[in-house]
Design a protein around this ligand. Structure first.
Ligand code: GKR
Ligand code: MG
Length: 418
């Protein structure tokens, strides 16, 4: 089934002022939506990053896709590799590890692979999970992804979540999220406040939600020494400790003494990172993310590799909309070795580009859609509104650091500062 046209739409959606080691989320998060228009009126959907640097790479590939068969995924990868050559898309937020030629190719390929598989599913009348080998599970567990946050954006009214800078407010945020979505595990984005303050937050969560596995992810904001202190103090409390410190060597030093596994979406972000990281025993859990690991099928390959080395697999997220959530659900359902609840930023967004109802959270899990393809439909009016927001907001990249300096002029990113 041949591609006859491709529409790429950059979109923006409002995002609360969430804190992390690099600063604070800007008023809008950016994404890209791709529609692969195929013969017989079939359309395949994909979603990925919306930074201009990424869109520039994607745009180079678009003219090469006409006439390509959506079932020819190796051919798709060859096109992306040929067109992008030595290009590197460098994200500015730095929260998903370094960028490289192979990661750039994997990221751009992934956008079109997902859309191709959605189109394949529509053509065959089967859900994407079936095209990936079938269901290892009928529903996919997600974790409550908590953030410290400011109460409002600059010059704006307080948002519905309010300010969250204390353990009490953090428990309130978790309660609100768990009441609404039923999450059974909890992840705290750390690296925003002093480590002792964040440990108090974790202890408050452990007390308020007994039996809920807990994780903290400071995005490499801590030194090896601080990471070891946190690991010691939170022994028996954390399910895993995510990216406490930068680099494979630093992670290996922490892993050697920490009692809980270390997880990462920063020091193992490409297949080339696996050998040195696993050899150094730096990580016990890899956070997959089809957006930069080369799509849905490469995510399954990552899972198999982790299984062979007795390393766990979880799933990373960034601010995203429903097309990405659908893709995450299908690949997670088709991946037997996925040993932890997946991350999602879903609760933080308030609009979407897909028609409502296809993806619902019950008991913290999303049932795998039965309908063909990803099982979702684009809402053209919502897409148009999100594109207008993209044009109106004027943001062209994610830049948490510069925005943070409007709140705290002397702010410096926290990477390994504590
Ligand atoms: O949304 O601020 C955020 C997160 O910090 C995100 O950008 C990270 O990539 O969630 C991610 C993570 O697990 O590191
Ligand atoms: Mg992380």
């Amino acid at each position: 089934m041949k591609i006859v046209g491709v529409v790429l739409t950059p979109v923006a959606f409002s995002d609360p002022p969430l804190l992390n080691a690099m600063g604070v989320h800007e008023p809008f998060a950016l994404r890209s939506v791709v529609e692969l228009r195929c013969e017989d009126g079939v359309v395949g959907l994909g979603e990925s990053y919306g930074d201009l640097a990424f869109l520039d790479q994607v745009r180079k590939v678009l003219p090469e896709l006409a006439g390509h068969d959506v079932f020819d995924l190796p051919g798709l990868r060859r096109i992306v590799t040929r067109v992008l050559g030595g290009a590197v898309f460098a994200d500015e937020h730095g929260l998903t590890g370094g960028f490289s030629v192979s990661k750039t190719i994997a990221s751009v390929y992934s956008l079109f692979e997902v859309a191709s598989m959605d189109a394949q599913g529509h053509y065959l009348g089967r859900p994407v999970v079936d095209l990936l080998g079938g269901r290892a599970r009928d529903e996919v567990d997600f974790s409550a992804y908590l953030f410290y946050k400011y109460g409002s954006h600059l010059n704006a009214e307080q948002d519905v979540w309010g300010e969250v800078l204390t353990p009490e407010a953090l428990v309130g945020e978790a309660k609100r999220m768990i009441d609404r979505y039923g999450f059974k595990s909890i992840k705290l984005k750390g690296g925003a406040l002093e480590p002792d303050h964040e440990m108090d937050g974790i202890r408050a969560l452990a007390e308020a939600f007994p039996g809920h596995p807990l994780r903290i992810d400071p995005n490499a904001a801590w030194t090896v020494e601080t990471s070891l202190r946190v690991a010691k103090e939170l022994e028996g409390v954390l399910e895993y400790l995510e990216d406490p410190t930068p680099g494979i060597d630093g992670m290996a030093k922490v892993a050697e003494q920490a009692s809980m596994p270390l997880a990462t979406n920063m020091c193992v972000v490409r297949f080339e990172d696996i050998e040195p990281a696993f050899r150094a025993r730096a990580v016990g859990v890899v956070l997959s993310d089809h957006h930069f690991w080369g799509g849905l099928r490469d995510t399954q390959a990552l899972s198999k590799t982790c299984e062979a080395f007795d390393v766990g697999l979880s799933m990373h997220s960034n601010s995203h909309l429903g097309i990405s959530l659908a893709a995450m659900v299908h690949v997670a359902a088709a991946t037997p070795h996925l040993t932890y609840a997946c991350d999602t930023h879903w609760p933080w967004r308030s609009v979407d580009v897909i028609a409502p109802g296809a993806l619902e959270f019950r008991g913290g899990a999303v049932a795998v859609p039965d309908k063909p393809g990803l099982g979702i439909e684009l809402d053209p009016d919502a897409l148009a509104r999100a594109h207008e927001d993209y044009v109106r907001c004027g943001q062209t990249k994610r830049d948490d650091v510069t925005y943070m300096r409007k709140f705290v002029p002397s702010f410096e990113p926290n990477t390994a500062r504590w």
